[in-house]
Design a protein around this ligand. Structure first.
Ligand code: NI
Length: 188
């Protein structure tokens, strides 16, 4: 496994429309393993293949919810002592995902994206949706998505069409977000 470089705006490759996966081979499994390692390292809860420069319709998601039964863990970084609630790993892979019936009802989440670092903004999306997808062996599944999972998979599926969450914002808000990112990069 390897951590791959995550593309960031304004990299034009992020605007690529990704192609369907037709071969379910060892190369696909390596890509997915690398995507998980890259996502956990970032850290993030979702990643589309195009974010590591591969224009294939592949997503990985792990919402990593807090483990309510675990003791908080002490850790040290940035010279401070912190406590973190351990999380549960729930890795999910979606190949060639399609949304079947998005709800009319919308839900609003503050979204971020590993390709638009440090920028967060509220985005409205259908609150629930049914998703048809293939697993790593090419088997077809259908599943109803709700809550954060519904939002996350729609965000990741946008990447397959070359769309970023900031593209859902007004032109003014998008320009403000990109300007803020530019300033943060200059300060770094
Ligand atoms: Ni994203």
């Amino acid at each position: 496994m390897a951590i791959r470089e995550i593309l960031e705006v304004p990299d034009p490759r992020l605007k690529t429309v990704s192609s369907p996966v037709t071969v379910f081979d060892a190369e696909l499994k390596t890509l997915v393993a690398d995507m998980f390692e890259t996502m956990y390292d970032a850290p993030g809860i979702g990643l589309a293949a195009i974010q590591v420069g591969v224009p294939s319709r592949v997503l990985v998601i792990d919402l990593q919810p807090d483990d309510p039964d675990a003791e908080p863990e002490e850790c040290h970084h940035d010279g401070h002592k912190h406590f973190h609630q351990p999380t549960i790993r729930q890795p999910r892979v979606f190949v060639n995902p399609e949304i079947l019936d998005p709800a009319d009802e919308l839900a609003t989440y503050q979204e971020g994206c590993l390709s638009v670092p440090e920028i967060y903004a509220d985005v409205d999306r259908p609150a629930t949706c049914r998703v048809r997808y293939q697993d790593l062996d090419g088997k077809v599944h259908e599943e109803d998505m709700t809550g954060l999972m519904a939002t996350c998979i729609q965000h990741e599926m946008d990447h397959l069409e070359g769309v970023l969450f900031i593209d859902h914002l007004s032109r003014l808000k998008r320009q403000m977000a990109l300007k803020k990112l530019q300033k943060l990069r200059q300060a770094a």
